[in-house]
Ligand binder design. Sequence first.
Ligand SMILES: [Zn+2]
Length: 192
Amino acid sequence: MKKRKSIIQCSLLTTCVTLFLAGVCFIQSSFRAVAEDEKKKFAQVESLKKIVKPESEWRKTLTPEQYRVVRRQGTERAFTGTYWNNKAKGMYHCVACDLPLFSSDTKYKSGTGWPSYWQPVKKEHVGEKIDRGFFSTRTEVVCNRCDGHLGHVFNDGPRPTGLRYCINSASLKFRKKTETNKTPKKAKPAQK
Ligand SMILES: [Zn+2]
């Protein structure tokens, strides 16, 4: 009888220890998952860390036309840029710092002679500034990492956003879609 009692006690203890260890493992793995999430978030923020360089450095890495548009808020002549009529699938990056800015999925034919998109690939990648010219006030759009000038955004775009991002080809570098670098099939409107 005494032996039986001690066997029961022993197996109860073993069960308790096993449950305790399983609990510890579960908590540890949960903490690890949270830490991974934090790491990912940090990496995302890190990728948008501002790039600040002296103008002499930008002059070295950009062509004279790119420099005039990107660093001096210039505008290329309509129907002269590389991408206004580009229909290939892929991603348009900032020519100065390589941040992805616009997907070909949101490019459309605006008839203006400049590459036009109805939405940036990520809202936080494209910044906006008020551009007060001599005759009008427009909204300038810039790369949010290097502050390079891209073009302007207007309210006469197509659905679903109704926006027209009118961008200089000189501010962009196109990367064609490949099997290993697939962009999402359908672009969804960004959440406001
Ligand atoms: Zn940039």
